[in-house]
Design a protein around this ligand. Structure first.
Ligand code: GLU
Length: 436
């Protein structure tokens, strides 16, 4: 039997990472088994499922590299088939008509639960059962003639020949009804696996209020799709050892439902940021540079390429997300940078700093060349000869030329920035902050 999974989102204009995680698990499961991963767009809510919302969904999948097999099935195109199936159930006495509100506005079609206990073997949660007494008949076609989610969802899974339904555990209750529907429709019941929720630190469903929750947010903030994919794959699943940064092929190879955890998974954005940094560092230099150029371009900076490449190499192992780049390197491209006020107060506006900067400046002026090794030697020599700590010298120099308290190693930074800029900036900083 060929494994067929599907992602069946209802487009709303935003793609929550919880939904995307379900898509990723379906994708990994299908790829692991050499099966197919299908897309079904549950777009029957015409108000929310706008073309724009559908585009957002497809873009998010594309960005994450979640290719699907064949054509997407749009649920809204299947209404006739859904209604025909309801008709058949009526004919067979497996459903009945009822005027629910008793308002005479029309009758809906109600599915008759078979009056027996239902149980199934969930791929993640184990055996789940529900007693007949706790399950009531339910509406499958509204009085306005539109099919209800349960009917449409089950019929479309049958149509798409889905073998494994992997979805959020908010659907567990529905599954008992869905199984009854499959049986009534004479279709084979697929395997189900219900993923535990993604939660915040308080154990409540993770939402926008807790931080970025939509795929688009992460994209905008400069996360790499490979990193988000890897992070979401590990949010509720583990390879069984301590591997964390895992290439997609590696994930495909080892992914199994048995290793999905059955308790809720807690979002940890710091871990995602760390992971993104790992992916940034693994990028080939040309790709990293292209990302940097693009990030600067968005800020209206069009740098001279050779100089820019030297700058990018300096921050290469400090960049965690694309969004870090422009703030981290902006000062290399414009003298008009802002000063970190806290750093100025703590490290710059201090007794003796003016003198230190003036002496360092004089030493820099006197250097025959302004390369990294000479700068380094000069700074070390000065610290020693003046009987000062590094902490008294390096931070003021760094702040004077960059406005920032931290950044790449100082000597290479100064050398790339160039002597003229360094001297000018030291002067300007003294003028701005260290006049008597
Ligand atoms: N459209 C439903 C949802 O997004 C489908 C659930 C499913 O069967 O996967 O919750």
């Amino acid at each position: 039997m060929k494994v067929r999974t599907r992602f069946a989102p209802s487009p709303t204009g935003h793609v929550h990472i919880g939904n995307m995680r379900a898509a990723i698990y379906n994708w990994l499961f299908a790829r692991h088994h050499g099966g197919e991963f299908l897309l079904r767009v549950e777009d029957t809510d015409r108000e929310r499922s706008t073309p724009e919302a559908i585009r957002t969904l497809l873009e998010a999948m594309d960005w994450l590299g979640l290719g699907f097999d064949g054509e997407a099935l749009y649920q809204s195109t299947r209404m006739e088939a859904h209604l025909a199936a309801a008709e058949t159930l009526l004919e067979k006495g497996l459903a009945y008509k009822e005027d629910k509100g008793g308002t005479g506005q029309g009758e809906c079609v109600v599915f008759r639960m078979p009056g027996k206990d239902v149980s199934f073997d969930d791929g993640i949660k184990g055996t789940l059962s529900k007693a007949a007494a706790n399950m009531q008949d339910f509406v499958i076609v509204r009085s306005n003639g539109t099919p209800v989610f349960h009917l449409a969802n089950v019929l479309d899974d049958i149509e798409q020949e889905v073998t494994h339904v992997i979805r959020g555990d908010d659907h567990v209750e529905n599954t008992f009804r869905h199984i009854a529907l499959y049986e009534a429709l004479g279709a084979e019941v697929p395997k189900f696996a219900h993923l535990p929720m993604i939660v915040n630190a308080q154990g409540k469903p993770y939402s926008k209020r807790d931080g970025d929750a939509f795929v688009g947010d992460f994209r905008e903030k400069g996360f790499l799709p490979e990193a988000l994919f890897n992070y979401l794959a590990l949010l509720g699943w583990s390879p069984g050892d301590d591997r964390e940064v895992m290439a997609r092929e590696e994930l495909v190879e080892v992914f199994t439902l048995e290793r999905c955890q059955s308790s809720p998974a807690q979002v940890d954005l710091r871990k995602l940021t760390w992971m993104n940094g790992e992916y940034m560092q693994k990028l080939p230099a040309v790709e990293f540079e292209a990302i940097c150029f693009h990030a600067l371009g968005k800020e209206g900076i069009d740098p001279e390429p050779e100089y820019a490449q030297r700058v990018f190499a300096l921050v290469r192992d400090r960049v965690k997300t694309v969004a870090d780049i422009a703030p981290m390197v902006g000062f290399f491209f414009s003298g008009d940078f802002s000063y970190d006020e806290k750093a100025v107060e703590k490290k710059l506006r201090k007794e003796g700093v003016r003198g230190i900067l003036q002496q360092v400046k004089a030493l820099f002026e006197a250097l025959p060349a302004f390369d990294e090794a000479d700068i380094d030697r000069t700074l070390h020599g000065f610290v020693e000869q003046a009987g000062l700590g590094f902490g008294a010298v390096m931070p003021p120099v760094r702040i004077a030329v960059s406005g920032q308290q931290s950044g790449p190693d100082l000597a290479p930074l100064l050398s790339v920035l160039g002597r003229r800029q360094v001297l000018e900036r030291i002067d300007r900083t003294i003028g701005a902050y260290l006049q008597d």
